[in-house]
Design a binder for this molecule. Sequence first.
Ligand code: ZN
Length: 248
Amino acid sequence: MEHKHNSSEIAEIRKRIAKFHSCISAGHYHTVGLRVDGTVVATGANDEGQCNVSSWCNIVAISAGYQYTVGLKVDGTVIATGRNDYGQCNVSDWQNIVAISAGDSHTVGLMANGTVVAVGDNSSGQCNVSDWQNIVAISAGNSHTVGLMANGTVVAVGDTRSGKCAISGWRNIGLVSEAKILEWKEEARRREEEARRREEEARRREEEARRREEEQVRKWVAQGLCRYCGGKLGGVFTKKCKACGKPQ
Ligand SMILES: [Zn+2]
């Protein structure tokens, strides 16, 4: 099933993607939030462990499905927690992923090369995406999957009855564009660079302080003063500082 969108519809889709790209993604009974530092928070029902995301880090995108949560890491791998009765959480071997979307019981991943992978419930054929190409955005519905192609065409598989593939029916939450991911990757790279720069600066300052201290000690010694505090020395055979009392 294919439906060709005109350019204003595509612009609208992209706008919605940007809007919902998701700092927040809501499953049926739980809500997940992505922090700017790449960690994740979750609240709500946790009966399947769908909220066990406190150890997640370097996450650039999240998507909440029915009682499970998936997260896209900056390195292009995917992590998942919660309900796995259909294998919807079996994403640990995915690589080069740039976008993720969790449906009810199936999970879809967009690869950097424009192809798509899917795991989980395939009773309606919602995981039959292996022949998709040139995809730039994806969205998993309850029992269907839609993909936006680079040319503006939308492809869909699964239970696509009752106009589920109309734009208005898209579950845009968790849907991200490749551009957005690249932006996030750039942001993560920038943060790393900044941390490295700060570390370098601290090291430089430490070095400078040590150098100044050594310089001071040299001066005191040259002036015949205590090497520890610069105080005057006393004593005939053994020199001793009159200020701090330390032998020289
Ligand atoms: Zn002294």
